[in-house]
Design a protein around this ligand. Sequence first.
Ligand code: URA
Length: 211
Amino acid sequence: MTKDEKLAALHDRWATNNTCELKATATRHVPGAGPASARIVFIGEAPGKREDEQGIPFVGAAGKFLGEMLESIKLRREDVYITNIVKYRPPDNRDPEPEEKEACAAWLYEELNLIRPKLIVFLGRHAMHDFFPNLKISDVHGTLVHQRFDKIHTEYFLPLYHPASALYNGALRGTLQADFARIPLILDKITKNGTVDAYGNEKLAAEDQEN
Ligand code: URA
């Protein structure tokens, strides 16, 4: 089996076996999308109406904006992997409840550990709080975080504002676009040095200025 086939099988298994109660109201599960070889994984909150209809993450207005930001850094959707902490649409797009996140957590960790991306980008505070409950998105957006966890292999994390909240807010939109523009440099440093210690945020910020 190829890595992509293993990923597809993983989603099929979890779609059958998970205990998330949102299953009862959602049309279908929305698995992560993208190649199993992706070096970057983007994690959002939960599917919305369009995602629930199509079974693909980030295909609505926020997804279109995400696609534009990817293009601005010369990446296509097919180059990255996009997923959500919760795989079913909550009714009326309400925030997912803690037990709904818990029911999908092992599913998320298993997909992350199969892909083993170099960088995980959190789209919004809900995704970030799953890993860093004490961080505030307004303090850390656009800042590379290095942390080792027992549950996943990836050690580098970039929290960003959620594209949906930035879409119609001019100031947030500019901030998100500027944070997004740092991704290639961050990825380059992580990939080349293999260790965060060689490249703290100050050094990254200084190189940003030069570029
Ligand atoms: N917002 C999310 O967090 N995820 C999606 O898939 C779509 C919108």
